[in-house]
Design a protein around this ligand. Structure first.
Ligand code: XMP
Length: 522
């Protein structure tokens, strides 16, 4: 169990059956002010009892309850005398485990569907009225065909006679649809009714409450020890460092390794914020020559990443040794990383690209870890950053990859190419900010292509690089869609880049989604 629980009264447990959207359940629950954790469905009964949740949510999952050996909820879930909400597969396994039945469905439902509300219940209170027809999001093959004793149907759909069910006495509820996705318009409120009205949670989880609790916890963990924290300029390491600094002041030293692959003015901004604004002890190592030297002539993306990752650890260790080492290493690990590492399949996911800054360092440095953001989702980290007084532009920053601009220049990189890219990227982002679009976009950046094209400027012929612009929307970086800019906007950006950046004479807009593309080009 995580230590943060000592400070938290209300909590809900989500048992994961492997749905792609389990994290969304947790985010919706957190957004309504209730702390929750996601555990694999195999969680031990004793551990669940000790966690003492106010309610349990069973997630969806890819399996079929009809299959022998398919996942089941631990029996303790139904004997703790607390409310349970089963979603999709969670509803089905609950029904089977409590005496109902489930069958393969001839009439599968995927995507937008409608349910007819045939009864009222506490989950639909104030949202859905008996007799109404409501929109939901379905994604199921199997369906419940007979209810366990004590249950009644609350809503029906064409493909699911038991689209929503309730056992009011035991406070067990089930939905065949997915309330956690935005395509179920009342989904968030339905979940909120479960956590607040049924489970009785008060909704006191907020970053304002988390901040002092976490500060207290950091002080207890660290004691008189010394902590070092690697800064990347990204939101997570920044928020982690500022929070730890608030807890232990000068016992914290931050190390900022500048690999020469940062964007325009980025290093100056990091230095100004940490030294001037927060007065945090900071070691700044300009290692750009070292990194660029090692990368000379390297064009394979994985070799680039590995070279940068290895050097980063070397330089970080060197700097840490210079200040006499430390007892703890601070990391901006977030809850999605934690869930991933204890994924319900237990297996590692396929490595599409090696993300160098995940792992590596802690094993090598043999230090204890301080990870104050381990329980938080990204949106919570941003809220915490604001709470700590970080500027809005800082906490709202788009993600930036550890290997930096090196993976935005396919082929070999050079100082000149980096400089060209920096200038194009800065113009693009400036235009996006001025148009008020920055916060709508998950990530936007320029890529410098190793391709020269012919152009004409004034009366002369040019033969310069092409540049690609990328902008995507996403919720977690795992999937992404192209951002649909107005063509006039993107044409204006292209025009500015070609006119203002010497070395680029052509601009293309990348409209590939992920999958099949990735967000970065390398
Ligand atoms: P891809 O390109 O895999 O990127 O679709 C998904 C998200 O991860 C970021 N990314 C990285 N972040 N170190 C990081 O810290 C890396 O090596 C790295 N590679 C990609 C990428 O910017 C996007 O947000």
């Amino acid at each position: 169990m995580s230590d943060i629980l000592e400070q938290i009264v209300d909590r809900v447990l989500i048992l994961d059956f492997g749905s792609q959207v389990t994290q969304l359940i947790a985010r919706r629950v957190r957004e309504s002010g209730v702390y929750c954790e996601i555990w694999p469905f195999t969680a031990d009964a004793e551990r669940i009892r000790t966690y003492a949740p106010q309610g349990i949510i069973l997630s969806g999952g890819p399996s079929s309850v009809a299959l022998a050996g398919s996942p089941r909820a631990p029996d303790v879930v139904f004997s703790m005398d607390i409310p349970v909400l089963g979603i999709c597969y969670g509803q089905q396994t609950m029904c089977v485990q409590l005496g109902g039945s489930v069958e393969g469905n001839d009439h599968q439902e995927f995507g937008r569907a409608h349910v007819d509300v045939v009864e009222n219940c506490r989950i639909t209170d104030g949202l859905w009225e008996k007799g109404a027809r409501e929109q939901v999001w379905m994604s199921h093959g199997d369906r419940v065909t007979a209810l366990p004793p004590g249950f009644r149907a609350v809503a029906v759909s064409e493909g699911a006679p038991f689209a929503m069910i309730a056992d009011d006495d035991r406070r067990f509820y089930g939905v065949q649809f997915h309330p956690e996705v935005i395509h179920t318009p009342h989904g968030t409120q339905l979940l909120r009714n479960f956590t607040h009205a049924v489970c009785g949670c008060s909704g006191g989880w907020s970053m304002a409450a988390f901040r002092p609790a976490e500060i207290k916890r950091i002080r207890e963990i660290v004691g008189e020890g010394r902590v070092i924290c690697g800064l990347s300029g990204g939101v997570d390491s920044t928020v982690a460092a500022v929070l730890i600094h608030e807890a232990i002041g000068d016992q914290l030293t931050c190390i900022f390794v500048d690999h020469g692959l940062l964007r325009q003015s980025e290093a100056e901004q990091v230095l100004a914020m940490f030294r001037d604004r927060f007065n945090i002890k900071l070691v700044h190592r300009d290692a750009s020559d070292l990194f660029l030297g090692a990368l000379e002539g390297v064009s394979d993306p994985e070799v680039k990443r590995k070279t940068i990752g290895k050097l980063f650890i070397d330089v970080f260790e060197e700097e840490a040794a210079k200040i006499g080492g430390a007892d703890f290493l601070a990391q901006g690990t977030l809850y999605p990383d934690v869930i991933e590492s204890i994924s319900f399949t237990g297996g590692p996911s396929v490595t599409i690209k090696s993300h160098h800054n995940v792992g590596g360092l802690p094993e090598r440095m043999r230090m204890k870890l301080v990870e104050p953001l381990r329980e938080l989702f990204k949106d919570e980290v941003r809220a915490l950053g604001l709470e700590l007084g970080l500027p809005k532009e800082m906490v709202g920053r788009h993600p930036f990859p550890g290997p930096g601009l090196a993976i935005r220049i396919p082929g070999a990189i050079s100082k000149d190419r980096l400089e060209i890219l920096r200038r194009a990227d800065a113009i693009y982002l400036e235009e996006i900010r001025n148009a008020g679009l920055y916060d709508e976009i998950w990530q936007a950046f320029a890529v410098l292509l190793p391709v020269r094209t012919v152009g004409v400027m004034g009366d002369g012929r040019t033969y310069d690089f092409a540049c690609a612009l990328r902008a995507v929307t996403s919720t977690d970086g795992m999937t992404a869609d192209v951002y649909p800019f107005d063509i006039k906007f993107i044409a204006r950006v292209a025009n500015r880049i070609v006119n203002e950046v010497r070395g680029i004479n052509r601009v293309a807009y990348d409209i590939t989604s992920k999958p099949p593309g990735t967000i970065e080009w390398e």
